[in-house]
Write a protein of this length. Structure first.
Length: 384
């Protein structure tokens, strides 16, 4: 069996690792020109289910590398804009103290992707945008890339993220609902300057219709593994209603860097002045602003060996930290299902349908939990 995966994000790479472990042939095709041609965010919180999925897909040395390169566990603090503790605000999916078991692990996204690339580099092809696909008379799937080349496989997995248009072909009716809310994120060096104000862990600051998440990312650099963690840093994300950023409903999010900095300044205007250097000093890049959207999930229309995973079918608000965890869960589930067909226990189409039934159920629950998270975090006007 040969599988083509379109998209080398967290979900696509984790699936590739899972297939490699299961002895199933695969090739990953990624639109980006190179592995690090674009920043794909900074901190990513991997919960128990994400960890289980990674453990299922990765060989043990790579799983250890993921654990060893995650930030040191620390508690989550809910705070008002004067940095005083708030007791009545909590998103169900958060773990109060990462030192509890099972603890969430805070991975540096770039480092995690490097871990996920290890050992499969020769099967990941960059500068390869999948533009179309078609079923051949023998039921294999032929993929067409923007550069005119083609590739054929028994199964195509569409794992190309939230903006996927390819998904509409196999799951008609799938669309993105834009809540009108937005998220801007950034990173700054952690040099201890803000130590007086920030607690060592996750600081969640509740403003009016806006929330700020500031994570102190400190790494253990003494453990040797095949991938080393980055320097310590502060990760921050602001999520809220557009008006909190001084933006109009429907206004384009293609903002210049000065416009982005102005939006950040507006959103944090009620935060302590002492935090300003964190936001103003950070290099906010144009790609660091994202709309908060939710997938409206369609259903399969044809018995074609094309399936979908990750944000392409279940985009959700980052409020509950479930998007990547759900994409990793897809990877482990799909790899396990495909193994049954590869071993001759189940026809391929039946395998895909079984996976999709499972995936659509837990991902719909995750989308729903994320909507609730948005409502709690910043009073999202978009009703859950
Ligand atoms: C600020 C922020 C913080 C977040 N924090 C968390 C968190 O803490 N925990 C969590 O679980 N989730 C979090 N998320 C959500 C998480 O980032 C996503 O759910 C996750 O990245 C989805 O993975 P994916 O592999 O499905 O898609 P992506 O990571 O988007 O990868 C898709 C890949 O496909 C490629 N691609 C696109 N089109 C094509 C094409 N036509 N052909 C080939 N390749 C293509 C893209 O270049 C990309 O590399 C956060 C999101 C944001 C915005």
């Amino acid at each position: 069996m040969k599988v083509i995966i379109a998209g080398a994000g967290l979900g696509g790479l984790c699936l590739a690792q899972g297939l490699s472990k299961a002895g199933i042939g695969f090739e990953v095709y990624e639109r980006d020109a190179a592995f690090d041609s674009r920043t794909q965010g900074y901190r990513i919180r991997i919960d128990h289910s994400g960890q289980q999925a990674l453990a299922a897909c990765l060989p043990s040395d790579l799983y250890n590398a993921f654990e060893n390169t995650a930030a040191l566990p620390a508690p989550v603090y809910t705070l008002d804009t004067r940095m005083q503790t708030m007791e009545d605000k909590w998103v169900d999916q958060w773990i109060r103290d990462e030192r509890e078991i099972p603890a969430d692990l805070k991975a540096d996204r770039h480092t995690l992707r490097r871990v996920l690339m290890q050992g499969i580099e020769d099967h990941v092809h960059f500068g390869k945008e999948l533009t179309a696909y078609s079923e051949q008379p023998d039921q294999t799937i032929q993929c067409l890339f923007a550069d005119g080349e083609t590739a054929t496989a028994d199964v195509l997995v569409i794992a190309n993220g939230a903006a996927s248009t390819l998904v509409a072909g196999c799951f008609p009716g799938t669309s993105l609902h834009d809540t009108g809310d937005i998220c801007i994120y950034g990173k700054a060096p952690w040099n201890g300057e803000l130590q007086q104000l920030l607690r060592e862990g996750t600081n969640v600051i509740f403003g009016e219709n806006i929330a700020g998440i500031i994570d102190v990312m400190q790494f253990n650099r003494t453990t040797r593994s095949s991938v080393m963690p980055p320097e310590d840093y502060l990760y921050w994300a602001l999520i809220g209603q557009r008006s909190s950023f001084g933006l109009q409903p429907g206004q384009s999010l293609r903002l210049s860097v000065p416009q982005l900095q102005e939006a950040v300044a507006q959103a944090t205007s009620t935060f302590p002045d002492a935090l300003s250097p964190l936001f103003t000093g950070a290099a906010v890049t144009a790609g660091a602003i994202v709309p908060v959207r939710h997938s409206v999930q369609g259903g399969r229309s044809q018995q074609v060996r094309v399936t979908v995973s990750g944000d392409a079918i279940h985009t959700m608000s980052p409020a509950a930290g479930l998007g990547a965890n759900t994409a990793l869960r897809d990877a482990a589930a799909l790899a396990a299902h495909l193994k049954k067909s590869a071993d001759g226990h189940l026809p391929l189409m039946e395998t895909l349908l079984n996976y999709e039934q499972e995936m659509l159920s837990y991902s719909a629950a995750a989308i729903s939990a994320s909507k609730k998270g948005s409502a709690l975090l910043y009073n999202s006007g978009d009703n859950p």
